[in-house]
Design a binder for this molecule. Structure first.
Ligand SMILES: Nc1ncnc2c1ncn2[C@@H]1O[C@H](COP(=O)(O)OP(=O)(O)O)[C@@H](O)[C@H]1O
Ligand SMILES: [Mg+2]
Length: 366
């Protein structure tokens, strides 16, 4: 059971005090918290109306209200709690009716077997936990869907509008105005990047990522990535060296692996000074492919190295408002989803080597 036993709130209702006190003793012996016992269903309802409960054990024949009427009301007040009915032998039909009408979890005939009852309580509480968990997940899904829409849509719209200004589509701008608007575009894009990264993390953690694997020439992907960072390289006058790739194929999800390379490469560019050098090296053997993205940048203190592939880890060397600390974490998830691993070597003021290897799988056959 997820919860500590003591956190459960169990309610027992039977008009015969001997029954309720027996049950209380039984539960105490099994380390359950003392149940709330009532000899009248009306009083029990009053309690349930004002308290959070997990499980109800109710008698069938009671004055004022029978067990089914009572449990119906409980269901209404506390839909998630587990309902157990204790019946006399002759009440079997009623019990079955209750299963359908009030979503009764189980019924037990009096006199019940203690072992049966305890098992039924244990399973019933697990069921309550499970339902609560499902509801939480549903809430989270709904929240993420809203987040996606409500955060991304206005951001995309703002970026597009700002671009119209910068383009001159909406009239002439002074140089100063243009600079401000360009800065606004960049910060909006950073924010969009953060929102997207959070959504990615969610996708991985909720198991929603399905890899679309195919055979592809790895070098094509590297070329694509390097084209995409070309302007950044030029801007910092960084030299990019690509080595060790020919026409080898690998079997994997191209888009996802591209994300890993793009993350490594983006980080390398970000953390390397002007005029530095970045290398992307490949080592293919029969079993797997190892890729290394190496830079001559600021490097990473040894203490930070084990933390960097963890969620939200930004290292101690650099702090930038645009940093999410999610890129390496996501990269690790992607590589591990391919059955591979990630690691890094680094020396402060010398540079870093971020590496991953993935099995080549079917690529050998084709
Ligand atoms: N090539 C690199 N050189 C130096 N530090 C790096 C490098 N790559 C990553 N780091 C460090 O690892 C941290 C986490 O990187 P990452 O997960 O990509 O998140 P982000 O780039 O958003 O900060 C960075 O904030 C930085 O401190
Ligand atoms: Mg990064």
């Amino acid at each position: 059971m997820d919860k500590n036993l003591q956190q459960y709130n169990i309610v027992i209702v039977d008009d015969e005090p001997i029954v309720t006190s027996n049950l209380r003793t039984l539960l105490r012996l099994e380390n359950y918290p003392s149940p709330n016992i009532f000899n009248s269903p009306i009083e029990a309802l009053e309690y349930i109306r004002n308290n959070k409960i997990d499980l109800v054990i109710s008698d069938f024949f009671m004055p004022n209200m029978n067990g089914i009427e009572f449990l119906k009301e409980v269901k209404h007040l506390s839909p998630r709690s587990t309902l157990i009915l204790l019946t006399g032998y002759a009440d079997k039909e009623n019990a079955i009716k209750a299963i359908n009408e009030v979503g009764l979890y189980r019924y037990l005939e009096k006199p019940w077997d203690n072992e049966d009852l305890l098992l039924c309580i244990k399973n019933g509480l697990e069921r309550s936990d499970f339902i609560a968990q499902q509801e939480l997940e549903q809430l989270r899904d709904d929240f993420i869907a809203t987040l996606t829409h409500d955060l991304r849509t206005p951001l995309l719209a703002a970026i597009q509008t700002l671009k119209f200004f910068v383009d001159g589509t909406l009239g002439e701008l002074t140089e100063k105005q243009r600079t401000f608007l360009e800065t606004m575009i960049l910060s909006n894009q950073d924010m969009l990047g953060l929102v997207n990264a959070l959504l990615e993390v969610y996708k991985y953690e909720s198991g929603q990522l399905v890899l679309c694997k195919d055979n592809f020439v790895f070098k094509d992907l590297i070329d694509q990535c390097s084209r995409e960072v070309d302007s950044l390289l030029v801007h910092k006058n960084l030299k990019l060296i690509i080595n060790g790739f020919s026409n080898e194929k690998i079997y994997g999800d191209k888009q996802e692996i591209k994300r890993v390379i793009a993350n490594f490469l983006g980080n390398a560019i970000k953390h390397t000074h002007q005029n530095g050098e970045i290398r992307i090296l490949a080592d293919f053997n029969d079993e797997d492919l190892t890729v290394s993205v190496e830079d001559t940048g600021i490097g990473i203190p040894q203490n930070d190295i084990p933390k960097l592939f963890k969620r939200f880890s930004q290292g101690t060397g650099t702090k930038r408002s645009t940093s999410t600390g999610l890129g390496l974490y996501l990269s690790r998830q992607i590589v591990e989803a391919h059955g591979g691993k990630v690691w890094l070597e680094s020396e402060v003021n010398v540079g870093s080597k971020f590496k991953f290897s993935i099995p080549r799988e079917k690529s050998l056959i084709s």
